[in-house]
Structure formats: C-alpha cells, structure tokens
Design a protein around this ligand. Structure first.
Ligand code: BJW
Ligand code: ZN
Length: 243
C-alpha cells in the first residue's frame, strides 16, 4: 500500500492534504472521538457548540484553557515534520487542517489553511474583534476573558452548527479543482464539511490516499487507504519518495 501511495506521489505535481486530530495525537493532544476525547465526562459534541458556551461559558473556557496548556507544552511530531518535507518536495501544495493547535505552523508548514480556526485567538461577542489569546498566568477558571470593549471573549474556533470560514473553504475548493492528489490524514471523516473532501477530490479526478489508525467512512471512497500511525506512515512515504 505504501508502495502504491509512493508511486502516486511521485507522479504528483499538485498535492492537497487534509489533516485532523490524529496528526496531533502523537504529540500527546487528545483526539475528539473515543475515550480520549472525553474531558470531565463531557464530549466534544457537548462542549464545542455555541449553545454550550451560552449556557456555561466558564465550563467551556475551562476546557479550552486545559487544551491550550497541553498544546503549549507539546511539540510537533514526525507526522507534522513529514508534511513540511512533502511541501518542500511538491511543486504545488496546500495543507487544509481541521486542527486548531498551530502545530503544523510550529513544525514549519507554510501554505496552510485553518478550517476550524485557532485556539490561540479570541473573538469578541460584542465588537467581533479577533485578537491573539494570552493564556492567563494565574489560572482562574472562574474569571471569564473580556475584550477592551468589555464584551465576553470566545475562542476563535468553529463550533458545531457554525459556518466554516467562507474564504478558506473557497480557497480549498479552488485548489481541489486542479489538484492531482488528495492525502487525507488522521481524521475521522464524520465532521462536515471536511468529510466531503475525499468525494470532492474524486469528482475533480484527483487520486485519493487516506492514512488513519483505523478504517473510517472515507476508507471506501479513497483509492488507497493505509492503516497505521501518521508519523510512521508519512515518514515512510517521504523515504519512498527520496528513493
Ligand atoms: C490517527 C492517529 C494517529 C488517531 N495516526 N490516525 C451534513 C451532514 C450531517 C451533519 C452536518 C452536515 N453539515 C453540517 C453538519 C453539522 C456538523 C457535523 O458535521 N456534525 C457531525 C458530527 C454529524 N458540522 C458543522 O456544524 C460544521 N458547520 C457547518 O457545516 O456549517 C453549515 C451547517 C451547519 C449546520 C447544519 C448544516 C450546515 C462545523 C463543524 C465544526 C467542528 N468543530 C470542531 C471543534 C473545533 C474547535 C476546537 O478544536 O475546539 O472541530 S469539533 C471537532 O471535530 C474539531 C475537529 O477539527 C473536528 C474533526 O475531528 P477529527 O479531526 O476527525 O478528529 P477525531 O478525534 O474525530 O478523529 C481522529 C482520527 O484520527 C480518528 O479517525 C483516529 O482513528 C485517527 N487517529 N491517532 C493516524 N496516530
Ligand atoms: Zn470587543
């Protein structure tokens, strides 16, 4: 399977990559689904919604503060670095990530779009101002972050039921319309609209490769589905490309 994927990548001039939480898993960042996705017995589907924030902003902020502190203490892993290498090798490359953790950027990825926002930015509910988020030095889960206008701040991420940033989705579609190959890595394939990308790529006659620990709804759609750790498999792909 790796061999076939290498053959496809050797013929690829334009590569589109979609990543999900599985790519950051080897950095110690919990994924969303399954037992590792639970925080204090709450699931992502319960916390990552505008309704949850309206009902209990302190609880949702507590979850984000916990995740932010995990992320700042984490390092990019071999999967992130292999994607940086792929970007260097490919004449044309776009990375669309659902991850909000900036680990791709910290590894050195350059042509990257964030579909679900970034955990290190806030948006004001009153004046809409977007700003970098400074984690409070003295952590108090009770104090809610506020804007200079006194409005309540929320994480600048996309929650369930909210719209995906239109310009980012459009740029991804434009790239997909002329991409040779789409590589789908470490995502469950159940959250829309990212879950539609393998099918969109196919409709645009791109070849499609999936890398995941386990089979997903995407596995039956793609040309090649490889099971294993993203870090190992992406590194093997790079080695194969260099041979
Ligand atoms: C490894 C590994 C290793 C582990 N190596 N692999 C059409 C049909 C049905 C529903 C909808 C639809 N259109 C819209 C919806 C509603 C909703 C949706 O999709 N719901 C589904 C749950 C059914 N979508 C939306 O609301 C989206 N908005 C939208 O479409 O607007 C228009 C609209 C709205 C409403 C109705 C209709 C239209 C917005 C989605 C926003 C998702 N936000 C979150 C939170 C972001 C902020 C934050 O991080 O706090 O994004 S939820 C969470 O899921 C997060 C992730 O980016 C996202 C995807 O998760 P991902 O990456 O797939 O992670 P996991 O944990 O699920 O999977 C990890 C995978 O890695 C697994 O497969 C492992 O096996 C694998 N793995 N270790 C390789 N080492
Ligand atoms: Zn404000």
């Amino acid at each position: 399977m790796i061999h076939e994927a290498c053959t496809i990548l050797k013929e690829t001039q334009t590569l589109f990559v979609l990543t999900g939480a599985g790519v950051s898993a080897e950095s110690g960042i919990p994924t969303f689904r399954g037992s590792s996705g639970l925080w204090k017995n709450y699931s992502a589907t319960e916390l990552a919604t505008p309704q949850a924030f309206k009902k209990n902003p302190a609880l949702v902020w507590e979850w984000y503060h916990w995740r932010q502190s995990l992320i700042v203490n984490a390092e990019p892993n071999p999967a992130h670095y292999a994607l940086v290498k792929l970007e260097e090798i490919m004449p044309h490359f776009l990375l669309l990530t659902q991850n909000v953790d900036s680990l791709h950027q910290r590894a050195g990825s350059r042509n990257i779009l964030e579909l679900h926002g970034n955990i290190f930015r806030t948006r004001c509910l009153r004046c809409d101002r977007v700003a970098p988020y400074k984690i409070p030095e003295k952590k108090s889960d009770k104090i809610l972050p506020t804007c200079s206008c006194d409005g309540l701040l929320r994480p600048d991420v996309v929650w369930f039921g909210e719209s995906i940033p239109h310009a980012i989705w459009q740029r991804a579609q434009d790239f997909l319309s002329h991409t040779d190959t789409a590589l789908i890595c470490g995502t469950s394939g159940v959250v829309w609209p990212a879950a539609a990308i393998p099918e969109i790529a196919r409709q645009n006659n791109a070849r499609t490769i999936e890398i995941n620990l386990e089979p997903t709804p995407v596995s039956s759609i793609v040309d090649i589905s490889i099971q294993g750790k993203a870090g190992d498999l992406l590194q093997q792909l790079i080695s194969g490309l260099n041979q």
